[in-house]
Design a protein around this ligand. Structure first.
Ligand SMILES: NC(=O)c1ccc[n+]([C@@H]2O[C@H](COP(=O)([O-])OP(=O)(O)OC[C@H]3O[C@@H](n4cnc5c(N)ncnc54)[C@H](OP(=O)(O)O)[C@@H]3O)[C@@H](O)[C@H]2O)c1
Length: 243
């Protein structure tokens, strides 16, 4: 597969976390110039030592921080991976402060990075690709996921609208929608047999996704191998949403 990613600058948010770091590792293997972002500078520094990526720390909830961080950098691609799981609650007992926070990080944060990165990408005129890390929680109803699913549903909608608006600039925008990956974000809940067992039983592939199961399709969607793919929300779910 010809990825065409060599020497292309790619910003990865959430790089101090599981899926983001796996994506940085795969992208640096392709010799992309990766800019790894998150808030935890120590974790970003460790990843930089391991992979040779650059780092750029900012908080996704601050428009000022996102704007100034992205003001002067040239970017070909973006992976909007930073996110937060929120709470497990029904529509009747949800804490609206948690709802506001999960929307702030997952939906508004994705929008802010897309906004300022896309301004630079359009001005540079080199085209590009954006991959939003959504979730299977936006594709089917999962018990207890009222806030998180809402935030990822917004990400899916942003993906389609951004694909429409940015296509004329040869910028493709896609999303991936992973099932459960056993990172700290998910293990405390889905690691319970009574919760995770029924989902695994219903899934055709009968296993959890790994961080690398997510990283490789993200790299594919960024790459020239996906040059005619835009506006897609791609499940990485072992077939769960297909049956
Ligand atoms: N794990 C799963 O089962 C699963 C399934 C489907 C989709 N996803 C999605 O995949 C993405 C990555 O998840 P993960 O499992 O790798 O989670 P993770 O290991 O908990 O990593 C979360 C990342 O988001 C960053 N982040 C959180 N709040 C932020 C903020 N306000 N500003 C900047 N960065 C912030 C964290 O940075 P710092 O730690 O440096 O603050 C960290 O790098 C998320 O969007 C998540 O919703 C996860």
């Amino acid at each position: 597969m010809q990825t065409g990613l060599k020497d292309r600058p790619i910003l990865v948010t959430g790089a101090s976390g599981g899926i983001g770091a796996a994506t940085v590792r795969r992208l640096t293997e392709e010799d992309a110039k990766v800019i790894a972002s998150g808030r935890d500078q120590a974790k970003l520094d460790a990843l930089a030592t391991e992979t040779g990526c650059d780092t750029l720390a900012f908080d996704l909830t601050s428009e000022d921080e996102v704007k100034s961080a992205l003001a002067d950098i040239q970017i070909y691609g973006v992976v909007n991976c930073g996110g937060w799981g929120g709470e497990i609650a029904t529509p009747m007992d949800t804490d609206t402060a948690v709802f506001d926070k999960v929307i702030d990080i997952n939906a508004r944060g994705t929008l802010l990075v897309t906004k300022y990165a896309a301004q630079n990408m359009v001005a540079a005129g080199n085209g590009g690709a954006i991959v939003n890390v959504s979730s299977q929680a936006s594709l089917v109803g999962l018990a207890g996921h009222i806030s998180y699913a809402s935030s990822k549903g917004a990400v899916d909608a942003m993906t389609r609208v951004s694909a429409l608006e940015l296509g004329k600039h040869n910028i493709r925008v896609n999303a991936v929608n992973p099932t459960v990956v056993m990172t700290p974000m998910s293990e405390w809940y889905w690691g319970r047999d009574d919760i995770g067992g029924p989902l695994i039983d219903a899934m055709p592939l009968h296993r959890w996704a790994t961080e690398d199961d997510c990283a490789q399709p993200i790299v594919f969607l960024l790459s020239d191998a996906a040059s005619m793919i835009s506006g897609v929300c791609l499940p990485i779910d072992g077939g769960f949403t297909a049956v």
